[in-house]
Ligand binder design. Structure first.
Ligand SMILES: [Zn+2]
Length: 125
């Protein structure tokens, strides 16, 4: 499991000159969006999880003190709050960009959601 400081540290490894046009461009999303795993780039591999082991019922409460919403591009990345408490962390092997991914489970579908990590939005609550 990785914490906020480790997530920030991962982000410092990003190579900005390689981000534009990288194979991870389908994932370079400022806000949560759906992705089919067929489009998931092979260069992007899991590096850790934000899910607390043993917590079978993580909260669905969200953290938006500044009036943002789930879908806001500037919504805080609030570890321990929904949906970050369900996420795994991924990093691109080329440009080292960092992404979070979790799965929404509906009645008859699963929906994979991804968001690129902007370290300026990471908060510890
Ligand atoms: Zn990349």
């Amino acid at each position: 499991m990785i914490d906020a400081s480790q997530l920030r540290e991962l982000c410092t490894r990003q190579l900005p000159a390689l981000v534009a046009g990288c194979t991870c461009s389908p994932l370079q999303l400022a806000a949560w969006d759906s992705i089919t795993l067929e489009r998931w780039p092979a260069d992007v591999q899991q590096v850790g999880t934000l899910r607390a082991s043993g917590d079978e019922e993580p909260t669905f409460d969200e953290f938006h003190p500044q009036g943002t919403r789930y879908s806001s591009a500037d919504a805080p990345i609030a570890l321990g709050w929904f949906p970050y408490n369900r996420c795994d962390a991924y990093a691109c092997g080329r440009c080292r960009s960092v992404f979070l991914r979790y799965t929404e489970y509906g009645g008859y579908y699963v929906d994979h959601r991804v968001r690129m990590v902007d370290p300026a939005l990471i908060v510890e609550v």
